[in-house]
Ligand binder design. Sequence first.
Ligand code: CU
Length: 527
Amino acid sequence: MILEKFIDELPIPKIIKPLNKVNGNPYYEVVMEEVDQKLHRDLPETKIWGYQGTYPGPTFEVIKGCPIYVKWINDLPVNHHLFPVDRTIHGTEYPNSKVRTVAHLHGGLVSHGSDGYPEAWFTNSYYKVGPDFKKKVYRYTNNQPASCLWYHDNAIGITRLNVYAGLLGCYIIRDEAEAALELPKGSYEVPLLIQDKTINTNGSMYYPTVPKPTISDVFPSIVPEFFGDTILVNGKVWPYFNVEPRLYRFRIINGSNARFYNMSFSTTSKKSLSWFQIGTDGGLLENPKHLVELLLSPGERADVLVDFSGFEKEDIVLINNAATPFPMGATPNPDTTGQIIKFKVGYRVNDCRNNEVPAKLVEVERLDPQCATRTRDLTLNETTDEFGRPKLLLTNQVWDDPITENPLLNSTEIWNFINLTSNTQPIHLHLVQFQILDRRPFDVEYYNSTGEIKYIGPAQVPDSNERGFKDTVRVNPNSVTRIITKFNGFTGIFPWNCQILELEDHEMMRPLKVVKELCTAEDNCEQ
Ligand SMILES: [Cu+2]
């Protein structure tokens, strides 16, 4: 169903308020609920799953260094999922536990017990809990720079379905360095949480049940990647947003299951509209980066400034030309998935403060490759499962295979992602923020026959807007992407995964274990 675009105004998720204090720190409760929500003027209400009954969930706003406590409560239907659950996928074998949830703070420096580990799931009233369930109340340290994180469901085997159902929201950390920059704030600072969906004429959300091509007779069956035909921002289909002709700050989150967005502005006057990226996944950049296009894979965020002055009375559309799958797939339909949101520029500015793009932002510590004590070669592989369906893996191992990545606490490591698949994979590490060192093309055929890397071109430095802290990196096909990170903060097991949620659910996820000291026995030492 093709819906008329730019009919509904962009909703701004509410800031959630703490209920009270625990140990002197703010304490929140967040209830996951199934509710009916209007996604577009011309659609009947849609059954969604929302945190605090809204999709997206409320926004957390917290201060660096001030921890908070959050109790996550599953008040969803006991055993009836919004979408068919493929029972051949790992983690789905538990009886009477179709609606398993666990909230993960993506990008957050948190302990294992508060991470939202995929096997720490729980059902309504904690009636059933996963093998790794530890506690109901999570502690978020917020011990990291001002940044825009996001929280979303991460239950093993059904993350794609739970996030698609609406279980996601923004999490904003503030600090003094950011405040000193006098960036646009209040109604001039706007989160844009982007998802794609396919919506049936009766208002219900569509999610496929059969793989393409149909080799197996598994039903319902996981698809390799899901792409919707409709774009939503902050829970509305192709919304519009009224802006004043001045500077705005947008916190853009790609919360889609599999769709990449390569975004630029289309103006009615054909005058080009400049924008500046000031922050990455993990915080502010050293200085603003002038952009024509902004590419975001699932899980990535961008903190950007857009100056609408000089565009009085214009309609400006944020457009998208990223292929699905990325980068060699089909281009989006310019009339549908090629458009995201319309900005309607007014002619009056109500508040002229915080209206300039700062020349400098913050100091960004450079992680030094000389300090790395270990370098790991980690492959991204394409295989098939026992039903003939594509199954992508990390290091050629599945989630349940023994742990092989066991960095020492406080050590620095370089991870080389060797992409043997045909698409760009957004690779995400829990717990840490990292930096991208470079990407270098190599001969995949030669690697497949010899197991050795033969580079076929020079190493490319990361894009100017990638030179900050990241927790999700685009690993391009035929390339080795190198990242560097310090495993600070906590010991314990954390996932690293492909952020294309269908692939993550289908084994493109591995545990890493931060250890106090390396054991002499192979890999697995209990702490
Ligand atoms: Cu994460």
